[in-house]
Design a protein around this ligand. Structure first.
Ligand code: MD3
Ligand code: FE
Length: 204
């Protein structure tokens, strides 16, 4: 379903087994140094969603190879690059395969949310590939000019693929809320996980 030019939602793209495998992988990535952390915002606050970075460490307005504690960022597994390319083909039909080199994993508990923002730190116009796991969320997809209306609210469910390319790559977007207790039975996840696969365009 094309929600806006370049923004394609593929509901239920990941089957139950692949969802379980990704949840298990995210739990591993969340461990130890360079694992799950709180993200500090420029205003001195912290984001309510917790995050793990693979390949490049994100902080507002910059990417680096080390975390705020100086730990080296975890490697980007090549399987996630292949997954990104399959996602692009599923969303767009046979599509170019840019060099995906990083992932951000966001962990939302029932009270977490993410304010309206643009993703502009990457030096590449490759589409962002988003995979949702666990609880359903309300996803707010806005416009490229302002963080306010017009926007469209839709629900992202466990297993959904959403690809944001072309003119949608710079759209404002956010997660106003998580619908607690909506994760599929059997996934073994309380809360929501979102995995975004990206091309940093930073090289190296
Ligand atoms: C549209 N994540 O990690 S996923 C983010 O559910 C982020 O955790 C949200 O916004 C989440 O930056 C939303 C959907 C998404 C992700 C990246 C985008 C939409 C996007 C980048 C550009 C445009
Ligand atoms: Fe974003």
């Amino acid at each position: 379903t094309e929600v806006a030019p370049g923004a394609v939602l593929v509901p239920d793209w990941l089957d139950a087994g692949r969802q379980r495998d990704l949840v298990a992988a995210c739990r591993e990535w969340a461990r130890g140094p360079a694992g799950m952390r709180e993200v500090r915002t420029p205003g001195g606050g912290t984001m309510s969603a917790k995050q793990v970075c693979l390949g490049w460490h994100w902080r507002p307005y910059a990417y680096s190879r080390t975390t705020d504690d100086g730990a080296p960022v975890k490697a980007f597994p090549p399987e996630l690059g292949d997954l990104a390319h399959r996602a692009l083909d599923a969303a767009y039909g046979a599509a170019p395969h840019p060099d995906y080199d990083m992932a951000l994993v966001n962990f939302y508990d029932a009270n977490a949310h993410m304010g309206m923002h643009q993703d502009r730190e990457e030096r590449s116009d490759a589409p962002v590939v988003s995979l949702s796991l666990g609880d359903t969320c309300v996803f707010r997809f806005g416009n490229t000019e302002t963080r306010t209306r017009p926007y469209t609210d839709l629900e992202l469910r466990s297993g959904d693929l959403f690809v944001f390319g072309g003119p949608s790559r710079l759209a404002f977007h956010g997660v106003p809320r998580v619908l607690a207790g909506t994760a599929p039975a059997g996934l073994g996840l309380t809360g929501r996980l979102n995995l975004t696969l990206r091309a940093s365009g930073l090289g190296g």
